[in-house]
Design a protein. Sequence first.
Length: 227
Amino acid sequence: MKQSHFGANYCLLLVLIFSMLGLNQLVAQEEILESQPTIIPKTEFYDYRGTNTIDIGIGTSVINGDFTKPLFEIYTHFGYKRYIIPYVNVNIGYHKFNLAYKDVFNEGFMSFDLNLEALPFPHNRISPFAYVGAGINAANYFEMVDSKFQGGIGVEYIAYEGVGLKLYTDYNMVSSDELDGKIFGDSDDTYWRIAFGINFYFGGQKKKEKILKNIPTVIKSNPITTN
């Protein structure tokens, strides 16, 4: 009986020792987690915006060429953007607009632009943006086609999740001095476009879920091991 009682006490002592060791390990692990918390990446971009964008715009265009008294004419835009990272996207757009001088010249044009765009504050509702790129400028019916370079700036406000309102302007340098039908001076013709637009975002939630899914859990990042 004494030997049996001694054995039971010995087993109980072992259980207590291993329990204390396990408790100490859990406390140590918790202290490590508190000192080195899991870093959760910012995902507000995918709530406000998304990886893909359809954008439209309407505004005015004005030429800077070889005549005086340029007029502000109608300008419209339709395009698509693909975000490489929240801060940068590549976009392509179709632009339809008129360029005119009072009583002298009024012609319709179109351009196809490819841009690289930067968004400095993608996780905020309001952010400025800037873009540069190249494109093709063509008169109606493609009677005249020229290459061009463009650059622009603007500001965007997320009015609702997935919908952004923007105001922007761009400067376009055409590789020709015949845009207005007159060759004069050493510089090529240029024009400005100013517009109000809407961005329709999609694809953000799937990307956010993928990012959050890849965040290591407490067990994965700090596994409990026993010797």
